[in-house]
Design a protein around this ligand. Structure first.
Ligand code: ZN
Length: 489
């Protein structure tokens, strides 16, 4: 039976009853990673949030087509429209083909997601594989009169658009505020107004990622890819568009403008945004020294980390907060999550060992009802977790003979735990002794490859840092003549 789901829609700023455009089917698009850097803590939150939504909709019986893209072109330095493509820049510095850079980071992102038990989406399109669709989109916007060509580049005409449709609906801004808050970049621009954004950029001679187009050899603007790929795979109208709150402006605002200009309609029905993470109360950033990659988190190899945290601890920690609340990472909070997860898993194990009684003293349907209501109320995962904890307490009391559970109660509770803790929250048992090495292996191998690189470059400090980090996580590295081996302590 389907519980009536209410979702908070950023576009209308209120919780709305979720009604898919097509009965029984859901089309969902989520902005995925830009693949020029390490998968980090910031990636974990949107990935887990939309994995929760994906899992929940599937568990409720919907057929879900979940599209999450890979941004491997057009994400520029400085702002969305100026500077050098970040992947191309990395490729130039490391003397690699840009697609080597994109592939390397995509692989690492996938490995980290797998460790977090984030399901693979239904389709994972790459921006670089959809240049034709993006050119077609730009052509439609030009035909509709909401863009102009300037010196081989094409820009979205925000003022012209704003006269007919309001620009800034999603983020709640109006054009005057945007004008005041847009800084003029040094040097000349081909744009008519600083707030216009690029749909197509003419490539400078040294720019390596380039494609032919009617306007110039160049590359698409960053916002174009999500509009082109979401409509290609989900149609002109689809149900849910998700992403981090940081993408709301300008990225999602520009997506709405593009689809409205090209198709005459705003393509997504519900806009869902997860809130951001902080570390010890601060925004995460390379310059603050608190930029933590997921691999560092899983192995404890960052100076801010007191220990290694398993991927399931991270997942559980993310789910303990509602996706629209901020989430602050600290050693204390993560250690508490680790303990909590352990208590939850032990409670589930204890349930299997309880001797059934003839008479029941509990009402297991209460757990079912609370979990169903919490999930249906805008994915309230912390409420699901608190209901599960209440029942862990009851299970432990039953194990001590203070409550009585019938065989029926036990079966029902087992089923509810399975559905909510494992299927929907996506938690899994991670017994370090039994399965520990399974998720650890790819991460350790990856760090050892990094260490090998550091040693080849005679960067002994980096090499020692990786070894010590692994040691702190209980992994002993052994350098032998024939290569490096490792073992769990
Ligand atoms: Zn996007």
């Amino acid at each position: 039976m389907k519980t009536e789901l209410t979702l908070y829609n950023t576009l209308t700023r209120r919780k709305e009853r979720f009604e898919p455009l097509t009965e029984g089917r859901v089309g969902m698009y989520v902005c995925g990673p830009t693949v020029y850097g390490d998968p980090h803590l910031g990636h974990a939150r949107p990935a887990v949030t939309f994995d929760l939504l994906f899992r929940y909709l599937k568990a409720e019986g919907y057929k879900v087509r979940y599209v999450r893209n890979i941004t491997d072109v057009g994400h520029l330095e400085h702002d969305a429209d100026e500077g050098e493509d970040k992947i191309a820049r990395k490729a130039r510095i490391e003397q690699l083909e840009p697609m080597e850079v994109a592939h390397y980071y995509t692989e690492r992102y996938h490995r980290a997601m797998e460790a977090l038990n984030v399901l693979s989406p239904s389709i994972e399109p790459h921006a670089s594989g959809h240049i034709i669709e993006q050119i077609a989109l730009v052509e439609r916007i030009l035909e509709a009169g909401y863009a102009y060509v300037s010196n081989g580049s094409v820009y979205f005409d925000v003022a012209a658009y704003d006269r007919k449709h309001r620009y800034g609906r999603l983020s709640g801004r109006n054009l005057e505020d945007i004008v005041l808050n847009t800084r003029e970049l040094d040097g000349q621009s081909d744009k008519r107004h600083p707030y216009d954004f690029a749909l197509w950029k003419k490539a400078s001679p040294e720019h390596i990622m380039r494609w032919p187009s009617p306007w110039s050899d160049g590359f698409p603007g960053w916002h174009a890819e999500c509009t082109a790929m979401s409509t290609k795979y989900l149609g002109e109208r689809f149900d849910i568009h998700g992403g981090g709150m940081d993408l709301m402006f300008p990225h999602h605002e520009c997506e709405i403008a593009q689809s409205t200009a090209a198709l005459g309609c705003d393509s997504a029905r519900y806009w869902v945004h997860n809130n951001m993470i902080t570390i010890n109360g601060q925004k995460m950033g390379k310059s603050l020294g608190n930029f933590i990659t997921l691999e560092e988190l899983f192995t404890g190899s960052h100076r801010l980390l007191a220990q290694a945290y398993s991927p399931m601890t991270i997942r559980f920690f993310v789910l303990q907060a509602h996706y629209r609340s901020t989430l602050d990472f600290s050693n204390e909070a993560l250690q508490a999550a680790e303990k909590g997860l352990d208590r939850l898993m032990k409670g589930f194990e204890a349930l299997a060992k309880i001797k059934p009684a003839a008479q029941s003293t509990v009402q297991p349907e209460e757990l079912e009802r609370r979990c169903a209501e919490a999930m249906a109320d805008d994915l309230n995962s912390p409420m699901v977790i608190s209901a599960l904890f209440d029942w862990v307490r009851i299970i432990n009391q039953a194990a001590d003979g203070k409550e009585s559970l019938t065989a029926d109660d036990i079966a029902r509770l087992t089923e509810t735990f399975r559905r909510y803790a494992f299927e929907i929250l996506g938690l899994k048992e991670q017994n370090a002794a039994a399965g520990g090495r399974d998720y650890v292996t790819p991460l350790v191998e990856m760090l050892l490859a990094e260490r090998l690189k550091a040693r080849a470059a005679k960067d002994w400090a980096a090499s020692d840092r990786i070894r010590d980090g692994l040691a702190a996580a209980g992994i002993r590295v052994k350098d032998r003549k024939e290569g490096t081996d490792w073992e769990l302590e």
